[in-house]
Design a protein around this ligand. Structure first.
Ligand code: AKB
Length: 320
């Protein structure tokens, strides 16, 4: 079946890689990338690009009508760390954008919606090890609150209006193409850059802070698998737990040291430590594995080898 896809927030860490992958799969002319500004020239120059303000219904609708879009990936969001600095901005951006897209689907402008949730839906009272799909959820960050409320609305729009909305609770996502921005798990990307450029990194999380993480290739595969799955296989319309690996700053530093001997890490926890302490250490994702066949490919060692290889190439080519 042919698709006309719109990615909102296409300049960001996950949006950019989704754009490249979807363009490969469905062809450049069938994938419209959009963002609030020209914030990633590689994305902007790689195919059709539109300026879309995710908080403005008319702006999203105009783009959907112009390109006859049938599927939207809504990747625009304010993440956990920035959200604590600008609580009301995070609330409005994360909720307004979701409502606009859900309402476009309800009004039958589009057929299918992907919206990312996060491990941030969990809070200090959630069981931390192997966190179940259905459990206590009392998020203590604004970002987590928006994701938790958003999940309830996704399920509501599916149940009441038949909207085909699909969602994943992403763990921290690690990648080398586009930097993340404003998250608590960002340290696990910064550390690779600093290991290569400086040989040392100061972590803003303490050495034994364990969090669920995933390599970008796995996150993109999971997203597309979920979107391709037959509707009858999707038993969860709030958002699926998704896991791959869990590690601490100390453990990631140890794998980096195998590739960059002498790499040194220091610890200086800041306000993000509290956020990390409220989140799970590991995730039970058996629903995703059973419903639509999710399998991860990257563990910590395999990911570190790939991150260092790709970033070394990137920095070497920038020097030329
Ligand atoms: C963040 O750290 O805020 C995000 C997330 C886990 O959703 N990466």
């Amino acid at each position: 079946m042919s698709h006309k896809i719109l990615i909102i927030g296409a300049c960001g860490q996950i949006g950019s890689e989704l754009t490249y992958k979807l363009r490969n799969l469905y062809g450049k002319d069938n994938v419209v990338a959009s963002d609030i500004g020209y914030n990633n020239l590689e994305v902007v120059n790689s195919g059709i690009f539109e300026i879309v303000d995710a908080q403005d219904y008319a702006s999203v609708l105009t783009c959907v009508e112009k390109h006859k879009i049938d599927t939207i990936y809504l990747m625009a969001a304010m993440l956990s760390a920035t959200g604590e600095k600008y609580p009301m901005k995070a609330w409005h951006l994360n909720m307004d954008s979701l409502f606009h897209v859900l309402n476009l689907a309800k009004a039958k402008y589009v057929k299918k919606v992907f919206w990312p949730s996060s491990i941030a839906v969990f809070g200090p009272t959630t069981p931390k090890e192997n966190t179940p799909q259905h459990t206590v959820m009392e998020p203590s960050t604004v970002y987590g609150i928006t994701k938790q409320v958003g999940e309830r609305w996704c399920e509501y729009y599916f149940e009441k209006y038949g909207v085909d909305v699909r969602s994943i609770r992403y763990p921290g996502i690690i990648s080398w193409k586009t930097l993340p921005g404003g998250g608590t798990t960002d340290y696990a990307v910064e550390i690779y850059h600093k290991a290569i450029t400086d040989g040392t990194y100061e972590s803003f999380l303490s050495e034994n802070t364990e969090l669920p993480m995933m390599f970008m290739d796995d996150a993109i595969d999971a997203t597309l698998q979920l979107m391709d799955a037959p509707a009858e296989n999707i038993t969860i319309r709030s958002s699926y737990n998704l896991g791959a690996m869990s590690f601490t700053p100390k453990e990631i530093a140890q794998t980096i040291e195998k590739h960059i001997p002498g790499f040194n890490i220091t610890y200086n926890p800041d306000y993000r430590q509290n956020i990390a302490d409220s989140w799970p250490k590991s995730i039970d994702d058996s629903c995703a594995r059973n419903d639509w066949g999710w399998r991860h490919r990257f563990d910590l060692d395999k990911m570190s080898a790939e991150m260092i290889l790709q970033l070394q190439k990137k920095y070497a080519s920038e020097k030329k």
